[in-house]
Design a protein around this ligand. Structure first.
Ligand code: ADP
Ligand code: MG
Length: 253
């Protein structure tokens, strides 16, 4: 059997904001096909870790490798081009653009199409392809009824779904989600679970910051637990409740 390389490798990463040492000596890897839950109390550094991996913040120390290549000095848009997509804990949407336009813009941003092809037939064809892709994803994430509304009119939960759609427009091989179900209506939560499982069956690897233990047990193949900037556990979801260091992290030990 062929040995597959880890998809993502985070090696001894550290990050401080001023005197606040948010992450220290953080190392882990993600194998192709995993759905990894990234857990930890508020302020433990989960969003910062996603920001570092996806190029929204610079690491102070360490290395990040995606598919074997260093990405920790690349700008965020170059990391998206390498098929590493992400969503934000608090999605912000351009006020005037409609939902379908926001989704389509996510595809054009990825290729920089509009700059090079503006007004050409290739540009119109690329736009049409993006529209078809965007419509399919909006349908999958139940946003077809709000397709033509201004994106700013969406509920918090719908903005989360649109954030996932935008990330998927980049055709990522690794998808990183920051609290995708927080504030999402319970009916939609199940649809998100099913969509993520379907994407995973199609080969997508997923890292997901999530607090809902039910969701984690249902979706994740492995969990990584952060506490005050350190990884304190890497285990199966069913092992979390008997892990001393996990309990300590949440009980403030
Ligand atoms: P989590 O997502 O686990 O709740 P965060 O990564 O958002 O935690 O935050 C971890 C710590 O880093 C917090 O103390 C937070 O205030 C700090 N922090 C995060 N981003 C910044 C930033 N851009 N500037 C200064 N401090 C930050
Ligand atoms: Mg966070």
């Amino acid at each position: 059997t062929a040995v597959t390389a880890p998809l993502l490798q985070v090696r001894s990463v550290a990050k401080a904001f001023g005197g606040n040492r948010v992450l220290e000596d953080v190392s882990f890897q993600v194998e192709p096909g995993e759905i990894v839950g990234l857990l930890g109390p508020n302020g433990s550094g989960k969003s910062t870790l996603l920001n570092l991996v996806t190029g929204f913040e610079r690491i102070d120390q360490g290395e990040v490798l995606f598919e074997g290549g260093r990405i920790d000095r690349l700008p965020a848009h170059r990391i998206v081009d390498r098929a590493l997509g992400r969503t934000f804990q608090l999605p912000s949407m351009p006020t005037k653009m409609s939902v379908i336009e926001v989704a389509m813009a996510a595809a054009t941003a990825r290729h920089g199409f509009f700059d090079t092809l503006l007004g050409t037939r290739a540009a119109r064809e690329a736009e049409e392809r993006a529209r078809v892709e965007a419509d399919a994803l909006l349908k999958e994430f139940l946003l077809t009824p709000v397709r033509d509304l201004p994106s700013s009119a969406l509920s918090g939960g719908q903005k989360k779904l649109l954030g996932i759609v935008c990330a998927l427009m980049g055709k990522p091989r690794l998808l990183m989600l920051d609290e995708p179900t927080a504030g999402v209506h319970p009916n939609l939560r199940n649809d998100i679970v099913q969509a993520l499982q379907r994407l995973n069956r199609q080969g997508m690897t997923i890292v997901i910051v999530e607090h809902d233990m039910h969701f984690i047990r249902e979706v994740c193949t492995r969990c990584i637990v952060l506490d005050r900037g350190h990884i304190v556990a890497s285990c199966r979801p069913d092992e979390l409740s008997s892990n001393e260091r996990v309990l300590q992290a949440y009980l403030g030990g």
